[in-house]
Design a protein around this ligand. Structure first.
Ligand SMILES: [Zn+2]
Length: 107
């Protein structure tokens, strides 16, 4: 690449121009990555709540341990997974109860 200030050709990975000393590189630190497990856990919370719950718990502990984004996402994944599991249990219990009623001729 070429220096913005003096126009001399410099190395592509140079941070400071060796000819005039102007800053040419990008000093901004890369944004912290969102924990993958937190994302996976959040998605699975809707599809397979048990898997989502496990991934979210692991993801949350990883964020606590290693840093990065995704703590809120992991917490949301845990909450949604628990709600989904409770709903599934209610639906399954209701279905079983209804099936039992049909078989007993009550329904
Ligand atoms: Zn320069």
């Amino acid at each position: 690449m070429f220096c913005k200030k003096c126009g001399k050709e410099i190395r592509d990975d140079a941070i400071v121009c060796p000819y005039c000393g102007v800053q040419v590189g990008n000093f901004s630190t890369p944004a912290p990555k969102t924990n993958v497990l937190a994302i996976v856990g959040f998605i699975f919370a809707f599809l397979m709540p048990v898997v989502g719950l496990i991934c979210s718990i692991i993801g949350k502990s990883k964020v606590d341990e290693c840093g990065g984004n995704g703590k809120g996402l992991a917490t949301a994944g845990i909450v949604i997974s628990i709600i989904a599991i409770v709903l599934y249990v209610i639906i399954v219990a209701a279905s079983v109860g209804m099936a039992a009623s049909v078989m007993n001729g009550v329904y």
